[in-house]
Design a protein around this ligand. Structure first.
Ligand code: FES
Length: 263
């Protein structure tokens, strides 16, 4: 006797591997242009990965940090994260910093928690190219990505053990008003000029900062330890600033701000 046909058994659905693409701002410039990154992530479409989601994180300064974003995605059960460095200006660190920071996170995520359980850790990949403009997303910037494996360079190095021997620290304000009035261009011009003059971190240490207070004088730049403040300093003033103050040691009086005495 023929057996009655058995009811078809639904195969256990295999969930599609969930992937999130993270656009990672590499410098202050991308933090200042957060809306552009958010818009690029909101419209990101990867044809071979149509169900993927996308988000934004920052290597430095902005929130969420890359490490925090990776933790949130891992805790949410995402199975694969692809990192794409975004540099809209000229001051971004090398793409290898994405691998270094992601590698550090990946190693730590592989450690057991207080309950002795190793938490879920997604595959993390880093695109080998960086996005310089939104149009790069159409030009295959995400085509090649290499997986993090945990053997990336550590965050610690003997080279970063001591305070550098710089003569001057230049603080370039990248607060909201200075950024709106060209602070980013000043920072880029300064980096270029110092490089052209062969001056490195042991000569002049450049630090971009949040608001330094006298916003009406934007863009503001401070030179320490000389306690000299400059206002309305544009990219065209940078060669003179470097030659006069940072090399010859003579503050540039025409752009110097009056410093109120401490009480
Ligand atoms: S934003 Fe630069 S001094 Fe305030």
């Amino acid at each position: 006797m023929a057996l009655p046909p058995t009811a078809p058994v639904d195969p256990v659905p295999t969930p599609a591997a969930s992937t999130t693409y993270l656009l990672v701002g590499m410098s202050l410039r991308e933090h200042a242009e957060r809306e552009r990154l958010d818009a690029a992530a909101a419209t990101l479409h990867v044809p071979r990965d149509p169900d993927a989601t996308a988000g934004v994180a920052f290597l430095q300064v902005g929130d969420p940090s890359l490490a925090a974003a990776l933790t949130d995605l891992a805790d949410a059960g995402v199975e694969r994260v692809v990192l794409l460095g975004v540099s809209l200006g000229t001051l971004a660190p090398a793409n290898s910093w994405l691998r270094r920071v992601a590698g550090h996170w990946w190693r730590e995520r592989g450690e057991p928690g207080p309950d002795g359980v190793v938490p879920h850790r997604p595959v993390v990949e880093v695109a080998t190219a960086m996005m310089r403009h939104e149009s790069d997303l159409e030009l295959g910037v995400l085509d090649v990505a290499r997986a993090i494996h945990g053997r990336e360079a550590p965050l610690h190095s003997d080279a970063w053990e001591t305070v550098p021997a710089h003569r001057h620290q230049v603080l370039v304000c990248r607060g909201p008003r200075c950024s709106a009035r060209g602070g980013d261009k000043v920072a880029e011009a300064l980096a270029t000029r110092l490089r052209d003059e062969g001056l490195g971190d042991d000569d002049v240490l450049v630090t971009q900062t949040a608001c330094q207070f006298p916003c009406n004088q934007a863009p503001v730049v401070t030179v320490q330890p000389d306690d000299v403040w400059y206002g309305a300093l544009g990219p065209d003033d940078v060669p003179e600033l470097v030659a006069e103050h940072l090399v010859a040691g003579r503050p540039l009086e025409r752009l110097r701000l009056v410093r109120r005495s401490a009480r």
